[in-house]
Write a protein that binds this ligand. Structure first.
Ligand code: ADP
Ligand code: ZN
Length: 623
C-alpha cells in the first residue's frame, strides 16, 4: 500500500493494481485527480463511457489515505448486488444497503460501515435520507470517516429528464448537513435543461463540470426503412448476431410479448420485459439476461437503466424512440466492453405519425409539447439523413466531428434522388383535398391518388377528377413514403389525430414555390446489410471477440467453461469474473507465468492471486 501512495501517480497505480487496466479512458484521469483531491464535480459521460471508475478510484485512494467511506447513491436496487459483487472480486471492501437485506445482514453492513472498513457503500436515496442513516453518517463525519458522496444517475433529480425520481430531490440535504464532504454527480443525460436542474437542485454551482466526448466509436449505427420489419430484424440477428446477447426495444407491451414469442419460435432465445409484468417475472428475466449468455431481451423502455452488462452486442429498435437522448441512452447499452457492437433501428412513416399523435394527445402543457415535437423532429432528421449518423448524433450533443466510417451511411453511402418536384406534387395534392370542402386524409389515400389508383375511396370522393390524380405514378410507393416522412420531419407537413391525417403547415408554401430543395435517400430495396456484414460466425456458439486461430479458440472455450463454474459458485454474472475480451486476450497471448498474466488488461492483483494459477492450468491443458 505504502508503495502505491508513494508512487508518482497513485490513480494510475490503483487502476492498474486493482482493476488491471493499463490507462484511463478519455476524461477519467482528470476527473479522478480532481475528485481524489476533494473537489466537487459534475460528470457527463455517455452510457458505457466508464463512469464507475470516476468514483471508485478516488474512493480507494481516499480510503487508503484514511478518509473513510464513499457513499454511492444509486436508484437501482437490482444492480447494487452485482456492483458490490464485482468490487468483491476485485478485493475492494464494499457493501449495499437496501430493502432486499435481512435484518442481520443489514446490521452486519452497518457494523462494517461504522468500523471504517468499507471503501464503498451503495444505497438508494430513500435509504440514505432516513434519520437512522443520516445519524450514522453524522457519526462517521465527526470521526473524519465520511469521504465522498457519489450521486449516480444524477439526472433523476430533474423533472425535464425522462427518469425523474421524487427521492432525488431530497439529496440536497446531503450538502446542507455535510458541507465539507465532496460530491460527485454523474449522468449520461446531457441536455442543457437537465444539466441546469442538476446543478441547481444538488447545489453544485461550484462543482467543476466535466463533459466527456459522447462518442462511442465501437457502436455502429444503422437505420433502415421499415419493410416487413420482422423479416428485417431476423435477417439482422441471423446474419450478424447469431448467439449474441442483445436488446430489442418495442413501444408497447403487447408488441414486446408478441415479438419475444415470435423470436423464440424462430429459435432465437428471447425474453419479454415490460412494466406490466409481475415484479418477480421481471426480476427473473433481468437476472437471466445478466447471467446467461446469448439471450435477447425484448423490452419496452422500462428495461435498461443501470444495466451494466458489458457484452450486449446489439440494441435494436423496432419502433422509433422518443427523442435523440433516449435513442442514445438506449443504444449506449451496447458494447460497454469496447468491442464492436450494433445499434440498429427500423422505422417508417407510421412511427412518425404515432409519435406525433402521442405528443399531441398527451396531457402535457403546450410548452412541453413544443419541446417534445422539436426533439422528435431532430430524431426524424437523423433517421432520414444520408450523411454520417455519428456526425449528426454528436452535433446534437454539441460536439463537432468528422464522418466516422462506422455507420451505415459512411459504409454504404445511400444513393439520393431529387425529390423537390415530388414534394410539390404531394403538397399540392393535399391542398386540393383541402379546397374540396376542407377534407383531410391520411398517407394511404394520398399515395393512392398520387399514384393514380382507382380505389373505392377515390371513387367516393371523386378524386380521380383532381388534377393531381396519377401525377406521381412513376415514383414507387417506398419513395413516396420517404417524401412524406421527410416533409413531416422538416415540419412542412403535420400528421394529426388517430388516422394521421395530413395537413400543410405555414412553411409548406416555400416548398410549393420550389424554394426548398429536397435530396432524399433512395429506399434500399435489397438487403443492404449483407454487404457490410462482418465475417460470418459459425453455428450458434458465440464467436470470440478477437480473431483467434483454432487452438486459441479452443482455449477461449475452455476459459469460458471455467469462468462459468466460478460465476456459478460465486452467484455472479460471468462478466464480473472476467470480460470476454480479457479471456480472449489470454487465449491469444497464451501467458506462461503469473507475471505474463498480470500484463493482460482486466487482470488486477486480487484476481491474479485468486485465479492466476487455475487460469494457467486451463491454458496449459489447451482446452
Ligand atoms: P457507465 O457507468 O459510464 O455506463 P461503466 O462504468 O459501467 O460505464 O464502464 C463501462 C465498461 O468499461 C465497464 O465494463 C468497465 O470495466 C470498462 N472500463 C471503464 N474504464 C475503463 C478503462 N480505463 N480501461 C478499460 N476498461 C474500462
Ligand atoms: Zn458515419
Amino acid at each position: 500500500m505504502a508503495a502505491v501512495l508513494n508512487s508518482p501517480d497513485p490513480p494510475l497505480q490503483v487502476l492498474h493494481e486493482v482493476f488491471g487496466y493499463g490507462s484511463f479512458r478519455g476524461a477519467q484521469g482528470e476527473i479522478v485527480d480532481h475528485v481524489a483531491a476533494g473537489g466537487d464535480a459534475l460528470v457527463l459521460m455517455p452510457t458505457g463511457g466508464g463512469k464507475s471508475l470516476c468514483y471508485q478510484v478516488p474512493a480507494i485512494l481516499r480510503h487508503r489515505a484514511g478518509r473513510g467511506v464513499t457513499v454511492v447513491v444509486s436508484p437501482l436496487i437490482a444492480l447494487m448486488q452485482d456492483q458490490v459483487g464485482a468490487l468483491d472480486e476485485l478485493g475492494v471492501p464494499a457493501a449495499f444497503l437496501n430493502s432486499t437485506l435481512e435484518g442481520d445482514e443489514a446490521r452486519r453492513v452497518e457494523r462494517d460501515l461504522m468500523s471504517g472498513k468499507l471503501v464503498l457503500l451503495y444505497a438508494a436515496p430513500e435509504r440514505i435520507l432516513t434519520p437512522r442513516f443520516l445519524a450514522m453518517m453524522e457519526s462517521l463525519s465527526e470521526r473524519g470517516l465520511l469521504s465522498l458522496f457519489a450521486i449516480d444517475e444524477a439526472h433523476c433529480v430533474s423533472q425535464w429528464g425522462h427518469d425523474f425520481r421524487e427521492e432525488y430531490l431530497g439529496l440536497s440535504a446531503l450538502h446542507e448537513r455535510f458541507p465539507q464532504v465532496p460530491r460527485l454527480a454523474l449522468t449520461a443525460t446531457a441536455d442543457d435543461h437537465t444539466r441546469a436542474d442538476i446543478v441547481e437542485r444538488l447545489q453544485l454551482g461550484e462543482a467543476r463540470l466535466f463533459v466527456a466526448s459522447f462518442d462511442r466509436p465501437n457502436i455502429r449505427y444503422a437505420i433502415v426503412e421499415k419493410d416487413e420489419p420482422r423479416k428485417q430484424l431476423l435477417r439482422f440477428l441471423r446474419d450478424e448476431h447469431e448467439g449474441d446477447a442483445g436488446i430489442v426495444y418495442c413501444q408497447s407491451r403487447k408488441k414486446v410479448e408478441e415479438t419475444a414469442t415470435w423470436l423464440s419460435a424462430e429459435g432465437i432465445p428471447a425474453l419479454p420485459y415490460h412494466a406490466g409484468l409481475d415484479a418477480d417475472v421481471r426480476r427473473r428475466h433481468q437476472d437471466r439476461f445478466l447471467r446467461e449468455e446469448g439471450l435477447v431481451m425484448v423490452a419496452t423502455i422500462a428495461f435498461g437503466m443501470g444495466i451494466d452488462k458489458p457484452d450486449v452486442r446489439f440494441v435494436a429498435h423496432l419502433d422509433l424512440p422518443k427523442n435523440i437522448e433516449a435513442y442514445y441512452q438506449e443504444t449506449g447499452r451496447a458494447g460497454r466492453d469496447g468491442l464492436p457492437a450494433d445499434a440498429w433501428m427500423a422505422y417508417g412513416l407510421a412511427d412518425v405519425v404515432n409519435q406525433r399523435r402521442m405528443i399531441d394527445e398527451g396531457e402535457a402543457g403546450e410548452d412541453f409539447k413544443r419541446l417534445q415535437r422539436s426533439k422528435l423532429d431532430a430524431l426524424l432528421a437523423l433517421a432520414e439523413a444520408h450523411d454520417c449518423r455519428r456526425v449528426r448524433l454528436l452535433a446534437y450533443f454539441g460536439e463537432a466531428s468528422e464522418p466516422c466510417g462506422n455507420c451505415d451511411n459512411c459504409l454504404v453511402p445511400p444513393a439520393t434522388w431529387d425529390a423537390t418536384e415530388a414534394a410539390r406534387k404531394a403538397l399540392s395534392c393535399i391542398y386540393r383535398f383541402h379546397q374540396q370542402g376542407g377534407l383531410r386524409f391520411g398517407a394511404g389515400h394520398l399515395l393512392d391518388v398520387l399514384r393514380g389508383k382507382a380505389t373505392d375511396k377515390v371513387a367516393q370522393y371523386g378524386h380521380a377528377k383532381l388534377s393531381t390524380f396519377g401525377i406521381g405514378a412513376d415514383i414507387s410507393e417506398a419513395q413516396w413514403r420517404g417524401v412524406l416522412r421527410q416533409l413531416i420531419a422538416l415540419g412542412h407537413l403535420r400528421a394529426e389525430g388517430e388516422y394521421g391525417t395530413l395537413e400543410l403547415t405555414p412553411t409548406a408554401r416555400e416548398v410549393l414555390r420550389g424554394e426548398v430543395q429536397l435530396l432524399l435517400r433512395v429506399p434500399a430495396e435489397a438487403p443492404r446489410r449483407g454487404r457490410i456484414a462482418r465475417a460470418a460466425k459459425p453455428g450458434r456458439e458465440k464467436a470470440p471477440p478477437l480473431p483467434l486461430d483454432d487452438e486459441a479458440t479452443a482455449r477461449f472455450a475452455a476459459l469460458k467453461a471455467w469462468r462459468a463454474e466460478v460465476a456459478r459458485e460465486h452467484n455472479l454474472p460471468a462478466y464480473v469474473v472476467f470480460h470476454d475480451a480479457t479471456l480472449a486476450e489470454m487465449a491469444r497471448a497464451l501467458p506462461a507465468t503469473l507475471d505474463d498474466l498480470a500484463g493482460i488488461s482486466g487482470v488486477g492483483a486480487k484476481k491474479l492471486e485468486a485465479y492466476g494459477r487455475e487460469i494457467l492450468r486451463v491454458l496449459e491443458s489447451g482446452g
